[in-house]
Write a protein that binds this ligand. Structure first.
Ligand code: GLP
Length: 241
């Protein structure tokens, strides 16, 4: 059973998670963080940035992103490498050479999954994995139907996820069709999962993930297989719990 924290608002949720991460970093400067993209984790990164400004040292922290689009140049502002750099690395002053994002470049795509799994294996394991959830119930980019044992690999995005993410691009056509994502099996190896969700649009997927049947048609329900899960939500996202 996951620990569920209903925070006053997004900012308060960000503070709660940032406090916990700050504690980890203080006790182990080389903490391995699993970082996520999308709008959901932003309050956490903002709160971590404030702690970095107040003197918390993130220079030895290692971080691993969940996923990346395939075929988008890394310098594209919406590549997850760019997003993680801007929203996390620059805010907290992390060392970019210690921050990893799956390689979505087309010319080496066949080996992207196994190369990322090797990098993760070298890390000694993720201490705390930040997760958002998509309206389809995806975590990372593991769309419905993803195996609970899956490892990092190329996946096709659902039309719904492309529509959801079109707000970051000029048009739907520009949203990539494929991604490289950590598998559900990869994500479940992290020592602590912290799932965040905000707003009424996430209420259904959140309730199904936390309380519904464990099923690959609801990828978020994989968290029920993990022994250490914290769910941090606002009241709107908690509405169906
Ligand atoms: C994105 C990411 C997920 C994220 C989810 C929700 O596409 N791949 O890691 O959790 O979709 O996005 P948002 O937080 O913007 O609602």
């Amino acid at each position: 059973m996951a620990e569920i924290i209903v925070a006053r608002d997004k900012a308060a949720a960000g503070e709660i998670v940032a406090d916990h991460i700050a504690e980890l970093v203080r006790s182990n400067p080389e903490t391995v963080l699993g970082v996520a993209t999308g709008s959901t984790p932003l309050p956490v990164y903002e709160a971590l940035g404030a702690r970095a400004d107040a003197g918390l040292d993130f220079s030895q922290v290692r971080a691993y992103a969940l996923d990346e689009y395939v075929g988008l140049p890394v310098e594209h502002p919406e590549s997850y490498r760019s997003v993680i750099t801007k929203e996390f690395v620059e805010r907290v002053g992390a060392d970019p050479s210690r921050v990893h994002v799956p390689d979505g470049s087309l010319d080496r795509i066949e080996t992207a999954g196994e190369r990322y799994e090797s990098l993760l294996a070298e890390s000694g394991g993720v201490d705390l994995q930040i997760l958002g959830i998509g309206t389809t119930g995806h975590i990372g980019f593991n769309e419905p139907g993803s195996s609970f044992g899956s490892l990092t690999r190329v996946k096709t995005l659902t039309e719904q996820t492309r529509i959801d993410n079109a707000r970051f691009f000029d048009s739907l056509d520009q949203v990539p069709i494929h991604c490289v994502t950590q598998g559900l099996g990869t994500i479940l190896r992290a020592r602590h999962l912290v799932l965040l969700a905000f707003g009424a649009g996430k209420a259904e997927a959140l309730a199904a993930s936390v309380e519904g049947p464990v099923s690959s048609s609801m990828p978020g329900s994989a968290i029920q297989l993990h022994q250490h899960v914290t769910v941090v939500v606002d009241e709107e996202a908690a509405a169906r719990l």
